[in-house]
Each structure stands twice: as C-alpha cells, then as structure tokens.
Design a binder for this molecule. Structure first.
Ligand SMILES: Cc1cc2nc3c(=O)[nH]c(=O)nc-3n(C[C@H](O)[C@H](O)[C@H](O)COP(=O)(O)O)c2cc1C
Length: 333
C-alpha cells in the first residue's frame, strides 16, 4: 500500500490535497462533502483587511495611491453581502467548520498594511483554526514606493502576526518580487512556517463596446502550474520552511510534479469549483496507481526529487535554459 501522507505546518495530513482559499469553504455542507471525498485539509476564504478596518489611515495610504480618492478605492471592495462575510461572522464560521469536520481548518487573512486589524489573527486562532494563512496581495502603482519599502512593510506585518499567535503561519505570495529567494528568506526569518506559491493575479480586461473595465474571473489550467513549480524547485532545500503549491493543480500528474518540486501539499480551487468534490477520489486513485506503477512507496519519498538541488541539470531552472528553450522551437518550414 502506498503512503500518501505528508506534513504541512506541523499538521499530519492523510494526503497532499488541500482545498485552497475560495468560496469552497463558504458552506459547511460543501466542506463536509470534500472531507468525505478525501480532502486532507481546507483553507478558508479570506477575511480582508479592508473588511476589518475601513477607516484605517495606514490602509488609506496604500489604497488611494493610483486612484482619485479613498471612496473610489473602497468602491472596488466586494459587496459584503455577496462575496464576503463580516469579521464576526467569519470567526463564527471558523468555529462552525471546526465542529463539523475532522480535517484541519486553516484560516485566511488577506492584507498588506500593519495596524489594529492584525488582532484578527489571534481571534481566528481563538475561534479554533489549526493554522493561519496570510495572503499578501498588493499591486504597487506609485513610482515613489521602493521595492525595499514595500518588502519591509510586508516582512514587519508577518512578524507582527507571528508574534500574536501560537498556531503555525503560512504566507501566500505573488511571484512579482525582484529577488524572490531573498524575500522568501526574510519571511522565514520573520516567522513564516510555510510559503504558499503563488497567488493568481486576476487581470482586468477591457470591454471595447462599453469602454470600461471588465472584471471576469477565469479559472486556471494546468499550464499555470509551471511558475510555482519552477520557484518551489529553486527554493526547496534552501529554506527551513514548508511549501504549498497553488495555481494550476487539476490532475494527479500536477500533484506528482508539485511533490517532486518540493511542495509539502498542493492546493486546489479552480478544479474543485469546476468539477466538484467528486474529483478528489479520482485524483487520489490516479495518484496511488501512478505511484504503484513507478514503485514509489510514499509521497515523502518523492518530495523534492526534481528540485534544483536534486536534478542532474540544475541550470534548467535558470537563465541558461532560456536560450536553449528558444532555440529548441521549431519554426514553420
Ligand atoms: C472564486 C475564487 C475565490 C478565491 N478567493 C480567495 C480568497 O479569498 N483568498 C485567497 O487567498 N485566495 C483566493 N482565491 C485564490 C485561490 O485560493 C488559489 O490560490 C488560486 O485560484 C489558484 O489556484 P487554482 O489554480 O487551483 O485555482 C480564490 C480563487 C477563486 C477562483
């Protein structure tokens, strides 16, 4: 029998499939169905900084840059009745989910600035969450903000949150840092127990008929996996931290690649939103079959086996590979 178990943030999980932060966790019934189908843990949808402190001056400083007014920035916030729940309701949902299921429940905070809102990290812990994920989603638009300034704020935020909780902390990142290895290193020093790579950035589109911005959310495909795969491969073995791979996990093959890059777990949103919890047992069974055929006895055995430190061709992850890939393209005759 192959052993699919793994560990993430000190939690022992029966397999590497985790439901990513999304509306998947909004309904207790749905989380129960995912648990029955075999999911190993669930990350809750995020509680946003903006929902906690609307009038925070520090937040205002960030949000209004690049827009005409604070009011305009606030108008982009999701309607609290549809997308989100108010903070108190969020905390009740953590407690409700914890009572309803036996799998670990990871709370999620989404924010960028330091301030009073971070007390919610502690409150999420008190509500029963097994761990906390902090999503650092931020789009810099002001040319006066330096990368250093931005990164310092985010590192300080991680340290603030870490010092206010006892449960493990994971940080969900975007791929857009100038020197990701150095920034990742700083986050680990500030107390991150896990890194979740990567946030998917939802790009606004243009509606040419209406001449306005179209807000459409497209689900991922397996090709989105390449970016986190590369970076977990590069970072694995260089940092004392767990990795969760998010973006583009749709099949057992995707999960296997993620494990070999060095991820402890894979997180899925698009696939489960599109196909429902019934996808979980089929991915688990394909995973098991592949491992049996290829004579792997455990997931742990393959973790990091294709990371930069382990492969015969480490340059494949770097600049050297760029020329090789370009020259391998077969042009039209
Ligand atoms: C409808 C939807 C809502 C999401 N809400 C959140 C959220 O509240 N917090 C968060 O950190 N990520 C959120 N995400 C991002 C997912 O957790 C995940 O990182 C991203 O979709 C990439 O994974 P995927 O390729 O499996 O979809 C959301 C994604 C979708 C599609």
């Amino acid at each position: 029998m192959t052993d699919l178990s793994t560990t993430y943030l000190g939690l022992r999980l029966k397999n590497p499939l985790v439901a990513s932060a999304s509306p998947l966790s909004k309904k207790v019934e749905r989380v129960k169905r995912m648990e029955e189908a075999g999911i190993a843990a669930v990350v809750m949808y995020s509680l946003f900084e903006e929902q906690i402190i609307h009038e925070s001056l520090e937040l205002d400083h960030y949000l209004t840059r690049g827009t005409d007014s604070y009011a305009e920035a606030m108008s982009y916030l999701p309607d609290s009745g549809t997308y989100t729940l108010l903070p108190e309701k969020y905390l009740s949902k953590v407690t409700e989910l914890k009572k309803a299921v036996n799998i670990p429940v990871i709370g999620s905070l989404n924010g960028v600035s330091r301030g009073g809102w971070v007390r919610y990290a502690h409150r999420i812990q008190e509500a029963g969450a097994d761990a906390l994920e902090l999503n650092l989603y931020y789009i810099p638009t002001d040319p006066a903000i330096t990368a250093q300034e931005l990164e310092n704020t985010q590192v300080d935020l991680v340290a603030d949150i870490k010092s206010s909780i006892k449960i493990p902390l994971a940080v969900k990142l975007s791929p857009f840092y100038t020197s990701l290895p150095q920034f990742a290193h700083r986050l680990v020093e500030a107390g991150a127990d896990g890194l979740v790579l990567f946030n998917r950035f939802y790009q606004p589109d243009f509606d040419l008929e209406e001449l306005n911005i179209a807000h459409t959310l497209e689900l991922s495909t397996s090709s989105d996996l390449r970016l986190p795969l590369r970076w977990i491969s590069i970072l694995h073995g260089n940092l004392n931290v767990d990795f969760a791979l998010t973006s583009g996990i749709h099949t057992a093959t995707d999960v296997l690649k993620a494990m070999m890059s060095g991820a402890n777990v894979t997180m899925m949103a698009s696939e489960l939103l599109h196909s429902g919890p019934d996808r979980i047992p089929s991915i688990l069974s394909e995973l098991q079959t592949w491992m049996e055929v290829h004579q792997y006895t455990s997931i742990v055995q393959m973790q990091g086996s294709m990371s930069q430190k382990s492969v015969a061709e480490p340059a494949a992850f770097e600049r050297a590979n760029y020329m090789k890939v370009l020259s391998s393209f077969r042009d039209l005759p």
